[in-house]
Design a protein around this ligand. Structure first.
Ligand code: IMP
Ligand code: MG
Length: 181
């Protein structure tokens, strides 16, 4: 496994520090509100678990899973919900929790979709951001660590459903992508 890795791009310490900063801001902004944290599966679950334990206010948690169009640059791709949020969103203050904003297409579509359910507010938090890959304009209310245009794994992020468990965010050796699995 360690042999598959090229380098560590973001360390677990950097992630921890940024998560604490974001959590402090979220705690301040949502005091007195009825916060609903929504983790975007699969990748977002690791960050959500760390983030929620640093937010010291009443919050509920739910998850949503959307279809992935991989790294295709088709902007027409509409997000398909594979696992929906179980509760009524009317009047709720939703914070979508993502691992990484890349093209921005997933969250753009997801926000549009969830808005139709009349939440009080809907905001976005992501631990990683690849702004150079953006295809649509998207406001990230709680923006994490900026990374260059490189494919990364670890801290919830996968390549072919592997490497999600790595505590650091890493790049893979080029030969891993060439291998048949
Ligand atoms: P989008 O292009 O912003 O719609 O990104 C959608 C999702 O693709 C992200 O939330 C990640 O889960 C996944 N993704 C994007 N870039 C990477 C990467 O470098 N490694 C692993 N997953 C990625
Ligand atoms: Mg994701």
């Amino acid at each position: 496994m360690q042999n598959d890795l090229e380098k560590v791009l973001v360390t677990r310490e950097d992630i921890e520090k940024k998560t604490a900063e974001l959590a402090a801001q979220i705690e301040k902004d949502y005091k007195g509100k009825h916060l609903l944290l929504v983790g975007v599966l699969k990748g977002g679950f690791v960050f959500l678990a760390d983030l929620m334990r640093k937010i010291n206010i009443q919050a509920e948690v739910d998850f949503i899973m959307v279809s992935s169009y991989g790294h295709s640059t088709k902007s027409s791709g509409v997000v398909k919900i594979i696992k929906d949020i179980d509760i009524d969103l009317a009047g709720r203050d939703i914070l979508l929790v993502e691992d990484l904003i890349d093209t921005g297409l997933t969250l753009k579509h997801l926000v549009e979709l969830l808005k139709t359910r009349n939440p009080s507010s809907i905001k976005i938090c992501a631990i990683l951001d690849k702004p150079s890959r953006r295809l649509v304009n998207i406001d990230i209310d709680y923006d994490g660590i900026e990374i260059p245009d490189e494919y990364v794994v670890g801290y919830g992020l996968d390549y072919q459903n592997k490497y999600r468990h790595l505590p650091d965010v890493c790049t893979l050796k080029p030969e891993i992508y060439k291998k048949k699995h």
